[in-house]
Ligand binder design. Structure first.
Ligand code: S3P
Ligand code: PEP
Length: 420
């Protein structure tokens, strides 16, 4: 098995980090571009595997679209292929076939899509057979499972003969991702009316306007550098993260606020954001409903610095690349911490446990890029081994190259500590 051994820095921590660009923004821009017949000029598209897969599948004439482990690619393409009348088999990794899609399929069927499940109802793989637009222009959809279903429907809505009104029911999770979708749609000329109090979004039928669009760097990827800054033993540590903006479409820019009490000050510059240290608190409570992808980063950072962290809004973590709650519970133990459910209503706490750090801790990554990247900053204080480091390719392929600007990153055979 492949692994990397990460060794703490020996000198002052000063680095400029180029970052990857946002796969979320990229994948939306690509769907909208496809709906303009590929007439947009998209710049700084992400090198993330999820985006490269989207590009490949949009161009491919194959009957089978294998999205691998990319959630947005699966959900956005299912809606896109359905309304553009393309007969496709949608499939992915075994884990992708455990991630629910029934809520989106039901909505698409209401709008006129003919979709059948090939194995288990409500889950990929599925077969898109065709599209006969129905007169129905109103769809009720749950907002508490995945915002990706809502984004997928919104992006194709301007192409429907009667447009679309979405009525969101229940709690809404990951709302900034819905707002990102709407802002990108409006940028490309869509006519959208949103009433968050009534939880309705109306999209009029009108074609997108082809335009040029530059994708911002990835705030989810930036979060790991916030953790690196917070965990640096060198209190003069300074990092510059390139390509981030203070006014971002990405909800994960909330990392600026989350990391302030964990000891990181953010200063926006012409080219990005500069991270420096400030005094840290000993406790933090955060609701991750609208930024679920930050939960692992913050959990590991708090655990390492002995900050007692209360997490809420983490229900969706169980249906992502892995069950991220279970994965965190298993791996935090190895760094002397624990994640405990303190109430049946999904309130969790991260705190130091009785166990001691066993150097080097060997962290399993569960086919989840965020497990690898969330635990990598541990190396600011202790030697750590990360198994299957290639998982980062899903969202941030240059992550280890960027890490090597600060710490020693050595490929080894896991379990042997031998360079491989
Ligand atoms: O729309 C998007 O680009 C995403 C939405 C979020 O998913 P959920 O809406 O399922 O929480 C997030 O976790 C994912 O990484 C990207
Ligand atoms: C959950 C994620 O992605 P997706 O749902 O698009 O697979 C993620 O990148 O953390």
């Amino acid at each position: 098995m492949n692994a990397v051994k990460l060794t703490p820095p020996t000198g002052p921590v000063r680095a400029t980090i180029p970052l990857a660009s946002s796969k979320s923004e990229s994948n939306r821009a690509l769907i909208i571009d496809a709906l303009t017949n590929f007439r947009c000029d998209l710049r700084n598209l992400s090198t993330a595997r999820d985006t490269q897969t989207m590009i490949r599948l949009l161009k491919s004439g194959d009957a089978v679209a294998d999205v691998l482990d990319a959630g947005t690619t699966m959900r956005f393409l299912t809606a896109y292929f359905a309304v553009t009348g393309q007969k496709k088999t949608m499939t992915g990794t075994p884990r992708m076939c455990e991630r629910p899609i029934g809520i989106l399929v039901d909505a698409l069927r209401t709008l006129g899509a003919d979709i059948t499940y090939l194995k288990n109802d409500g889950y990929p793989p599925l077969q898109i057979n065709g599209f006969t637009p129905s007169a129905e222009a109103k769809v009720s959809i749950r907002g508490d499972v995945s915002s990706q279903y809502i984004s997928a429907l919104l992006m194709i809505a301007p192409t429907l003969p009667n447009g679309l009104t979405l009525e969101l029911t229940g709690a809404i999770g990951s709302q900034p991702y819905i707002e990102m979708t709407l802002e990108q749609m409006v940028y490309f000329g869509a006519d959208v009316e949103t009433d968050w109090d009534k939880k309705t979004i109306t999209v009029k039928p009108s074609p997108y306007t082809p335009k040029s669009y530059t994708i911002e760097s990835d705030w989810s990827g930036a979060s790991y550098w916030y953790s690196v800054e917070a965990l640096a033993l060198d209190e003069t540590a300074e990092l510059e993260l390139i390509g981030l903006k203070a006014k971002s479409l990405q909800g994960d820019s909330a990392i600026v606020e989350i990391m302030r009490p964990l000891g990181v000050e953010s200063t926006f510059t012409e080219t990005g954001v500069q991270l420096t240290r400030r005094p840290a608190e000993t406790t933090l409570a955060w609701d991750f409903t609208h930024c679920p992808d930050l939960a692992q980063t913050v959990a590991v950072c708090a655990a390492m610095n002995g900050v007692v962290l209360t997490l809420t809004g983490v229900e969706s973590l169980k249906i992502k690349e892995t069950d991220r709650i279970a994965a965190l519970q298993a791996e935090l133990q190895k760094i002397g911490a624990e994640l405990v459910e303190i109430e049946a209503n999904h309130r969790y706490e991260v705190r130091r446990s009785g166990s001691v750090y066993q150097s080097p801790a060997t962290i399993e990554t569960y086919d989840d890029h965020r497990m690898a990247m969330a635990f990598a900053p541990v190396a600011m204080q202790q030697e750590v081994v990360i198994e299957e480091p290639g998982v980062v390719a899903k969202s941030y392929p240059s992550f280890w190259d960027d890490m090597a600007r600060i710490i020693s990153v050595q490929e080894i055979q896991a379990g042997t500590n031998v360079v491989g």
